[in-house]
Design a protein around this ligand. Structure first.
Ligand code: SF4
Ligand code: SF4
Length: 120
């Protein structure tokens, strides 16, 4: 809910960049989003170079002005963490909210923490 509010201005989990997956037939629910993986299959697959590395945050970022909505990145990502926005027709993924993730701010139990990888 916090993610969709941050990015779309509405509380609508369908628009969220972070999803909650069910495991063990619903006995365990785990939030999951882009891991900003080193391999960045999405970035390499994009035919318009709409995805690039933001070295400040260390993320793979989508430039909506270059995205033509072909969906290739959604097929290339093995984790299913880049998806199409039904409003814009563009690819969307976690961008760490510019360095202050709304999901981590909203989490009431501290289960989602935003930390430097150097601290782990
Ligand atoms: S949907 Fe957009 S970001 Fe994804 S591969 Fe196509 S042009 Fe690139
Ligand atoms: S969207 Fe998928 S392939 Fe792209 S950086 Fe994130 S986890 Fe990697």
């Amino acid at each position: 809910m916090a993610c969709s509010q941050e990015h779309e201005g509405v509380i609508a989990p369908a628009y969220s960049r972070i999803k909650v997956f069910e495991f063990e037939h619903g006995r365990r629910n785990v939030p999951y989003t882009c891991t900003q993986c080193e391999e960045a299959w999405c970035l390499h697959a994009c035919p318009t170079s709409a995805i690039s590395i933001d070295h400040t945050l260390g993320i793979k970022a989508v430039d909506e002005s270059l995205c033509v909505g072909c969906r290739v990145c959604t097929i290339a990502c093995p984790y299913g963490t880049i998806n199409m926005n039904s409003r814009s027709g563009k690819a969307v993924k976690c961008n760490l909210c510019g360095g202050d993730p709304a999901c981590s701010e909203a989490c009431p139990t501290g289960a989602i923490r935003y930390e430097s990888s150097r601290d782990t």
